[in-house]
Design a binder for this molecule. Structure first.
Ligand SMILES: [Zn+2]
Ligand SMILES: [Zn+2]
Length: 332
């Protein structure tokens, strides 16, 4: 593992470090961890003027897969626009990384109980494990319960989560603890159909169907604002609809399978992977037609091959800009 990792990702370190003042205005640097505040309660009625004026940003909260990874949380990408954070998937560890990103980049709307909305591409657990964490971290301080969109099955998950947390709800409701919002634990879950899911001022969030093997339906997302356009693949095999949606976007976040890694698998497993995911060669072909401003690889399936080699595989036939995302990378 040749990569240097930020101090903040060393488990347990943040908790023992002491805040050295207000995070507002803090510029990110490699020593950010020693200035991250610990255990802060954040409340607000509405976004600040500076949040409303800030350009759209994208923070990658998790770049991982179902395979446990010391450096990569489960899949999750946050789009921050005019003082609200919109999450796309919430794999295990995404909420923890949202807290880090809130202070590292000074984005108040990434404080977990201030995150308004989450959109699930599909309901594989590596994309949903932090759904409950997101909905219920400090639920009693939420302005409103979490809004969630997902494929068929999303309500079943939301109902199950509520059942799990009703004991906590009862304990807190019956105690002397002041509850800012006694209904903050409730999740508003909506089933996705392809098309526009949310329009707010100049933000448009659209879902389109992708091909994730036997997992039907599965969706990708296109997000457009006044200053940024992006497509998020979710998990998918090579997909023509995605290609059309991604034509000329500023940022294309796409999953990827290393072709070299794939060859290490038994033939049956290779076939399953190719049915459900996009190989580096296929993604290079797609990007060459779609020509995004920047291709960002996430949810990489490397199968034992050195991670960076997937970039070489793509660059062999694609001459556009491409990066392999790490957790907590920010774009543009
Ligand atoms: Zn996945
Ligand atoms: Zn999946």
């Amino acid at each position: 593992m040749g990569r240097l990792r930020p101090l903040a990702l060393i488990p347990g370190l943040i908790g023992v470090l002491v805040s050295a003042g207000n995070a507002l205005g803090q510029t990110p640097d490699e020593e950010f961890a020693i200035r991250l505040p610990s255990a802060r309660t954040e409340l607000r009625d509405a976004p600040s003027a500076s949040e409303l004026l800030a350009p759209t940003r994208v923070v990658v909260l998790g770049t991982g897969t179902p395979i446990p990874d010391a450096f990569r949380a489960g899949s999750s990408i946050a789009v921050i626009h005019k003082g609200e954070s919109y999450l796309f998937d919430a794999g295990a560890g995404a909420v923890r990384n949202a807290v880090v990103a809130r202070y590292k980049y000074d984005i108040p709307s990434l404080y977990p109980s201030l995150i308004c909305c989450v959109f699930f591409s599909h309901l594989h657990s590596d994309h949903t494990m932090d759904f409950s964490e997101l909905a219920h971290t400090m639920w009693w301080r939420r302005n409103a319960g979490l809004q969630a969109w997902g494929p068929q099955g999303i309500e079943r998950i939301a109902n199950g989560m509520r059942e799990v947390h009703l004991v906590d709800v009862d304990i807190r409701t019956e105690s002397l603890q002041p509850l800012r919002n006694p209904d903050g634990f409730r999740v508003a879950a909506q089933t996705i159909e392809p098309g526009i899911l949310l329009e707010k001022d100049d933000l448009v969030i659209e879902a389109f169907a992708v091909d994730h093997g036997a997992i039907r339906p599965a969706f990708g997302f296109k997000v457009t604002t006044d200053d940024l356009s992006l497509v998020i693949s979710g998990d998918t095999a090579y997909n023509e609809t995605l290609l059309e949606k991604a034509r000329g976007v500023d940022l294309l976040f796409h999953e990827v399978v290393s072709e070299e890694g794939l060859l290490r698998l038994p033939p049956d497993f290779q076939r399953i992977q190719k049915n459900s995911h996009t190989t580096s060669g296929e993604l290079a072909r797609l990007a060459d037609i779609a020509r995004p401003g920047l291709l960002v690889l996430y949810h990489g399936l490397f199968f034992g091959v050195e991670e960076g080699s997937v970039l070489d595989e793509i660059r062999a036939t694609y001459d556009g800009e491409v990066v392999l995302a790490d957790d907590l990378d920010v774009f543009p």
